[in-house]
Write a protein that binds this ligand. Structure first.
Ligand code: FAD
Length: 484
């Protein structure tokens, strides 16, 4: 039989579940990636993710050729609407089944259901396999068979389910089939960014590359730091985390590989590895939250939080704009937003601080922030982003209580004591002392003058007062007192 592997968020050949399944089930296997117009047409013309994907698809073609042992075009690429293009292509190739890694986002589920229906009408199958997660939404449940809404018991059950055994991978070298060369009519040159209607970004200048070799290099770089992760991960000026989020997003690394590497280190007693492994479990946790409680994509996990009256109108919009542009007057928040705008990455601690600032200092709907992060983050993932935003807004599962309001100045002093991170992104504040940099509006005029800082001119005055904002938030959330 003939199979078609449809690559989506699994842009690698190593430990690829869909590819491995197709090679095991079919005699002939074709491969396709669709630059889906239904997704791409909505994006700004400069988007680091599109560039990352384009590089990853080019690298995927080389890996497929290496797997085939032959340098002829193997990957078919289409620039089309996937929902109709995939059934059409399967007809053209006379494939009896399409193989793909399951995607849990509501829009992807809708698309896949539509594809499945069209294939079924032709007597063909869509075979969806688990690839992106360690455990799917019905695999880790409470004793009464319900999904978990709190992380700690979920994490315990997740670890128990793994049982300290390495997670089995998918061997793509053991199938019976051979990968087929793309038919001539479909073997067009791989599209460039310009062919797709996009412009280059600063991805290269940032030293970021798509493709599984780049993911592997990043992973190897992190392996040496993994033992120190639990301390280093909190300080944005330090190279603490793995920065692998974008590779996980597009599947240029295998989640099983990461978990297994962490498990091996956990066995040697590494505290850093077990904290990092817990972060990978958070990733699964939010995937299962989105799959089991799909209302979270648009509403609060806890429905009573949808009754909160957020700020609206021109003033609210101006505050939102100041936040997006990193002009709130709070250096740690502004530096965080500058990092996001300039690189597409934001350190986890700062996602919490900047997110909390939007919701609990500016009084803005968390969905505004969620949307902005979705537009900018290289590693944007609906489930983790939504989980993170509902966490800061206190409206989600296992969220921080609404009356816990991060003080951006204290957070800055604690996690960027010498202002190293702030200075990297806000060079106009570089001359300020370790004490003044966290709240420049409180600095002595002499110090500001000596450092060349003019509040309200080359650096904004704070858009809100912390104490007043805190009081307003407590009042805004106050009606929930009885129900929380
Ligand atoms: P590392 O610290 O090296 O962690 C390794 C991996 O574990 C990450 O790449 C990620 O896949 C996973 N992970 C770590 N922390 C979390 C977490 N809290 N929730 C779920 N998965 C986690 N993460 C995303 O992948 N995409 C998002 O769109 C996203 N949006 C967020 C929005 C907010 C408001 C907050 C507070 C957090 C968000 N996170 C998101 C979670 C976390 O900040 C990032 O995963 C992490 O900063 C990515 O950097 P890293 O790859 O260096 O992570």
């Amino acid at each position: 039989s003939t199979g078609l592997v449809w690559f989506r968020r699994d842009l690698r050949t190593d430990d690829n579940a869909a590819l491995s399944r197709a090679l095991a089930c079919c005699d002939t296997v074709y491969c396709v990636f669709v630059y889906d117009k239904a997704i791409l047409d909505k994006l700004p013309r400069q988007d680091r993710r599109v560039e990352f994907i384009q590089e990853s698809v080019t690298a995927l073609e080389s890996s497929l050729q290496a797997l085939r042992g032959h340098a002829s075009r193997t990957l078919i690429t289409l620039h089309d609407v996937a929902q109709s293009a995939i059934p059409e292509l399967s007809k053209q190739l006379q494939a009896s089944a399409v193989f793909a890694a399951r995607d849990y986002e509501p829009a992807a589920v809708t698309r896949d259901t539509a594809v499945q229906q069209q294939l079924l009408a032709e007597g063909k199958q869509l075979v969806l396999v688990k690839d992106q997660v360690i455990f799917e939404e019905r695999e880790v449940l409470t004793q009464t068979g319900k999904p978990y809404g709190v992380f700690t018991p979920y994490h315990r059950a997740w670890l128990a389910r793994i049982g300290m055994e390495l997670v089995p991978g998918h061997d793509v070298g053991r199938g019976n089939a051979v990968l087929s060369v793309a038919p001539d009519a479909l073997a067009q040159p791989l599209p460039s960014l310009a062919d797709l209607g996009f412009e280059a970004t600063n991805l290269r200048a940032l030293g970021m590359h798509g493709g599984s070799a780049a993911g592997e290099a990043m992973l190897q770089d992190f392996v040496g730091r993994m033992d120190r992760y639990s301390e280093a991960r909190n300080f944005p000026s330090v190279k603490g985390p793995s920065y692998l989020g974008v590779h996980l997003r597009f599947g240029t690394v295998s989640i099983r590989k990461l978990v297994n590497l962490a498990l091996q280190r956990v066995r040697t007693g590494s505290e850093g590895a077990s904290v990092w492994l817990a972060e990978l479990a958070w990733r699964d946790f939010y995937f299962q939250i989105l799959a089991n409680f799909p209302h979270v994509a648009t509403q609060a996990f806890k429905p009573e939080y949808d009754a909160i009256a957020w700020e609206q109108g021109e003033e609210a919009e101006a505050l939102f704009e100041a936040w997006c542009e990193g002009k709130t007057g709070y250096p740690i928040v502004d530096a965080a937003m500058a990092q996001l705008n300039q690189t597409g990455y934001m350190h986890n601690r700062l996602r919490m601080v900047a997110g909390s600032f939007l919701v609990k200092h500016l009084g803005l709907d968390w969905r505004w922030g969620e949307k902005y992060f979705a537009l900018k983050l290289n590693d944007f993932d609906l489930s983790a982003n939504n989980g993170g935003w509902q966490w800061v807004a206190s409206s989600g599962c296992d969220a921080q209580p609404y009356f816990r309001i991060f003080n951006p100045v204290t957070q800055s002093e604690k996690f960027d004591g010498q202002g190293k991170f702030i200075k990297r992104y806000l060079p106009q504040l570089a001359g300020l002392s370790d004490k003044a940099i966290h709240a420049p509006w409180l600095a002595k005029p002499m110090e500001l003058a000596a450092a060349g800082v003019q509040i309200g001119s080359n650096y904004p005055s704070p858009v809100v007062d912390h104490a007043k904002a805190r009081a307003r938030t407590l009042a805004r959330y106050g009606f929930l007192k009885k129900s929380t």
